[in-house]
Design a protein around this ligand. Structure first.
Ligand SMILES: CC(C)(COP(=O)(O)OP(=O)(O)OC[C@H]1O[C@@H](n2cnc3c(N)ncnc32)[C@H](O)[C@@H]1OP(=O)(O)O)[C@@H](O)C(=O)NCCC(=O)NCCS
Length: 185
């Protein structure tokens, strides 16, 4: 699915654009994936696990998601650089098509600028437009207070916990929390 590009201002006044990914964004996306994986413990991949992402992989992924009826990827650009992206996807199966799942990651230098809030507003619009979707689901890792604050601000509530779902390289075990936000129909 493709959305029209959106312009908005960051808290510090810089201009930002949200749009769906294009072929020319592949290298920027690879750089962003690698960098973000090393900047936070709160996403599941480490930088050395980014090897499976290649220009060919990204090209095919963008084409698949942009052409899909049940998925969207929104990328935020600041000064021509990828600041972060988010995804929404939902099942086409009858028993599960009322459930959408979302995920978001931004580079550290762009945290606390309102990008997460704006991306989530756009994800909610996509969910609201699709009449099948009754709830949006996501997970966050224990200790990710910034993400939790964003999600609660956007109307999500905690619905469960998966104990020790994440094991860091140093052996630290962290719980993963599930959240849901209902879409009123
Ligand atoms: C989590 C993330 C997506 C949030 O995006 P963001 O653009 O930084 O979020 P926003 O600036 O829109 O909003 C964050 C809100 O949390 C608040 N906040 C920031 N740090 C906080 C903290 N430690 N505790 C509580 N609230 C906090 C901010 O004040 C802001 O609220 P406000 O807009 O009402 O002032 C981003 O920080 C990120 O990509 N982090 C690393 C990857 C990650 O954790 N992804 C989520 C995996 S579940």
């Amino acid at each position: 699915m493709i959305i029209e590009p959106i312009e908005f201002k960051l808290k510090d006044g810089r201009k930002a654009t949200i749009r769906c990914p294009r072929e020319e964004d592949c290298q920027g996306m690879l750089d962003y994936l690698y960098q973000s994986a090393g900047e936070t413990e709160f996403i599941v991949r480490y930088p050395e696990e980014c090897g499976r992402y290649t220009i060919e992989y990204e090209t095919a992924l963008f084409e698949k998601i942009n052409g899909s009826e049940n998925q969207a990827m929104l990328v935020c650009f600041v000064d021509g650089k990828i600041a972060g992206n988010c995804n929404i996807a939902w099942s086409t199966r009858i028993k599960a098509k009322h459930r959408a799942s979302v995920a978001i990651v931004l580079l550290r230098e762009f945290w606390d600028q309102g990008i997460g809030t704006r991306l989530f507003q756009e994800l909610l619009k996509i969910a609201e437009k699709n009449k099948d979707i009754l709830q949006i689901e996501l997970d966050f890792i224990e200790g990710n207070t910034r993400a939790r604050a964003l999600y609660e601000k956007m109307g999500f509530r905690i619905t469960g916990v998966k104990p020790n779902a994440i094991r860091l390289k140093d052996g630290t075990l962290l719980n993963e929390y599930s959240m849901i936000r209902e879409i009123k129909r």
